[in-house]
Design a protein around this ligand. Structure first.
Ligand code: SF4
Length: 201
């Protein structure tokens, strides 16, 4: 499915729906979307596998950046182990930083951490990590992201040469999601191989 999410070209959802498990889940975007469009998501936010989508990537002819399971959790307890060949982990605050250790074990060409919604400061071990995406929370009642948290992660990425991508500052994405909305030193959107747009500072 085509997407407006800045860092990716396409979403692919082998499952939809989920159960809330950690602090970052409080204002889950996927839950809001499934409830807003009941015809598209007749099962609401209940977890559901979509086996008919499992082989969709084999039909793609051109390379693309894919957001796997934008509407669910790839590691939900009901997820089939057969499709757990790619690993994607969100880390929203320091309590869950150990998730990066599992990610490091995955033999993938690009391993990235999604620090979104960033609801606390993070000290990350970026060894064998290629990319960090940072963003604030964006749904109704969203918790504020301290801009210094985003800067601190930027600096950690700079120290070890990891690509950094600031997706949004939090709040309504149409108001605080544009690169020009960011402080000049945070107008950074890098990809692990090709640097598409970056302000030097
Ligand atoms: S989709 Fe992600 S944020 Fe939403 S409830 Fe599941 S694990 Fe939490």
């Amino acid at each position: 499915m085509a997407t407006k999410i800045q860092w990716t070209d396409q979403t692919w959802n082998p499952s939809t729906g989920c159960d809330k498990v950690s602090a970052g889940c409080k204002h889950c975007y996927a839950e809001v979307v499934t409830r807003r469009w009941p015809k598209t998501f007749p099962d609401g936010f209940d977890f559901k596998l979509h086996p008919e989508r499992f082989r969709d990537p084999y039909t793609w002819r051109k390379p693309r950046r894919v957001f796997v399971n934008s509407m669910s959790d790839l590691f939900h307890e009901q997820m089939s182990l057969d499709i757990l060949q790619e690993l994607f982990v969100s880390i929203e605050n320091q309590n869950y930083a150990a998730r990066a250790d599992f990610l490091r074990q995955v033999p993938a060409a690009v391993r990235f951490i999604s620090a979104e919604p960033l609801i606390g400061p993070l000290e990350l071990d970026l060894h064998n990590i290629h990319w960090v995406i940072v963003g604030g929370e964006s749904q109704l009642g969203c918790r504020a992201m301290d801009i210094q948290w985003a800067r601190a992660i930027r600096d950690q990425c700079r120290e070890v040469g990891v690509a950094y991508f600031l997706k949004q500052l939090g709040g309504h994405p149409n108001e605080r999601g544009q690169l020009t909305d960011f402080p000049i030193d945070l107008q950074i959107r890098e990809w692990p191989v090709r640097i598409a747009q970056r302000e030097l500072f």
